[in-house]
Write a protein of this length. Structure first.
Length: 431
């Protein structure tokens, strides 16, 4: 069979062909991460606030059969987090973590990581008493943790939270800030917002709590309280994913693109770990880590953040960290993302399937970019071939000669213009 005929045959069943290639290509690198960097855990897909810009389209309606971890699953997950030796745990995303407040307390009691960040909408600050009660319980839980991580509670504040169907009013944020000031718990308080709201929402918040605003850099400000306490506020890009996709296009005015926003951190090797900046955004002293950023969703699935093709996600069932990394790094696509970064992937998809590329990049959301770029089966197959070609060329992989596809695959990845051939094969298979 000629290489052209082989490619046509491959793309006739793209997902089976990709599985065969994953079986046949064996990486030879010895620098697979043996530890984590940032670990993101989503405790629930539900949220009572239901913002109109929510990237998760979250509200109180269940969208999946499994919307949270059971207590036993949470204990096993904490063991996994601890064994990952991650530098930071982010309790965030998917929905509102405070919907699962006992799980937050359990994580605060047990996790063994240097830093923890909890992101919440702060809707629970409706009354000063309730705000104080929850902060007290968090402080007590943290007091029981022998590892004493540095913890930051970060409240999301922007126009959409304040104007949501069940709004988080400015005074709720004020109630939490005042309760934090009075209680002086062993964790810090901060905020996060979106770039278009810089200079408005932060100013209103400062006025609400009798504080001053101080600019730090392009992404960060500080809210200075009269007693000298400093509350960081970070401005992230505005994303047009989830429910925000239904909002007006001009909402991207006043925000950087993700390519611009993360550019200062796209240096050197281990680009994949730069994804850890997504929820840190942005410490002044960011340094790339040799670890892998892991996201574990409330349905128990997990993957390397911005480093795993959507069909390679795992369901957590007690795997060790090394077993999980071995699974993820059995995919040439993960190697491409680690070695060359998400923009290299975006460039390939722009050639293979411009419509998929444009729709993915238009969302301006680094959390969904890899998944969206690699959503079509045939694009995933093409990128697998191209990534395998680079690994073989660079001596980072070999082909298992026992694999049924080995001879044809070796010929295909040896093709001089594989990108053009794959682009034609995708067009041909869709015609
Ligand atoms: S508070 Fe956060 S999770 Fe909830 S709807 Fe708003 S953006 Fe989504």
């Amino acid at each position: 069979m000629s290489t052209a005929e082989y490619l046509v045959a491959l793309f006739s069943d793209a997902s089976q062909s990709r599985a065969q290639i994953l079986d046949a290509v064996r990486h030879t690198r010895d620098d697979v991460p043996d530890r984590g960097s940032s670990f993101f855990i989503h405790l629930s897909e539900l949220c009572p606030v239901a913002c109109l810009h929510c990237m998760y389209s979250s509200d109180l309606n269940r969208k999946t059969a499994k919307d949270s971890l059971s207590p036993a699953e949470l204990e096993a997950t904490i063991d996994f987090i601890n064994s990952s030796r991650s530098e930071k745990l982010n309790i965030t995303g998917g929905g509102e973590p405070f919907v699962k407040f006992p799980s937050i307390l359990r994580l605060l009691e047990r996790v063994d990581v240097p830093r923890v960040e909890i992101v919440s909408a702060g809707h629970w600050g409706r009354s000063p008493l309730r705000a104080r009660q929850l902060l007290e319980r968090m402080d007590e839980a943290l007091g029981r943790n022998p590892h004493k991580p540095d913890v930051l509670l970060r409240l999301s504040i922007d126009r959409y939270h304040i104007e949501a169907p069940r709004p988080v009013r400015l005074e709720y944020y004020g109630n939490i800030a005042r309760a934090w000031q009075q209680l002086k718990p062993a964790f810090d308080l901060g905020f996060r917002s979106i770039q278009p709201d810089r200079g408005s929402v932060d100013r209103a918040l400062a006025a609400q709590i009798g504080a001053e605003l101080q600019a730090v850099d392009d992404w960060n400000s500080r809210i200075l309280l009269p007693d000298g306490a400093s509350l960081p506020i970070t401005f992230n890009v505005f994303r047009l994913s989830g429910k925000a996709a239904e909002l007006r296009d001009d909402l991207l005015d006043g925000t950087l693109t993700i390519r611009e926003y993360y550019a200062p951190f796209e240096t050197g090797p281990q680009r994949l770990t730069l994804a850890t900046t997504v929820n840190d955004a942005i410490r002044g002293t960011y340094a790339a880590s040799p670890g892998a950023a892991v996201t574990l969703n409330s349905d128990g699935t997990f993957w390397i953040f911005a480093g795993t093709a959507p069909d390679r996600r795992l369901l957590f069932d007690g795997q060790t960290f090394d077993e999980a990394m071995a699974h993820f790094f059995a995919d040439p696509i993960t190697h491409l993302l680690v070695d060359e970064g998400i923009w290299e992937l975006a460039g390939l998809v722009a050639s293979l399937d411009p419509a998929t590329h444009d729709a993915a990049v238009a969302k301006n959301d680094v959390a969904s970019l890899v998944e969206d770029l690699l959503a079509p089966d045939d694009v995933r197959l093409a990128v697998t071939l191209l990534a395998a070609q680079r690994m073989l060329r660079d001596g980072k992989a070999d082909i298992d000669e026992r694999a049924a596809v080995s001879a044809d695959l070796a010929a295909a990845v040896g093709a001089p213009d594989l990108l053009t051939a794959c682009t034609a094969a995708i067009a041909g298979s869709r015609a």
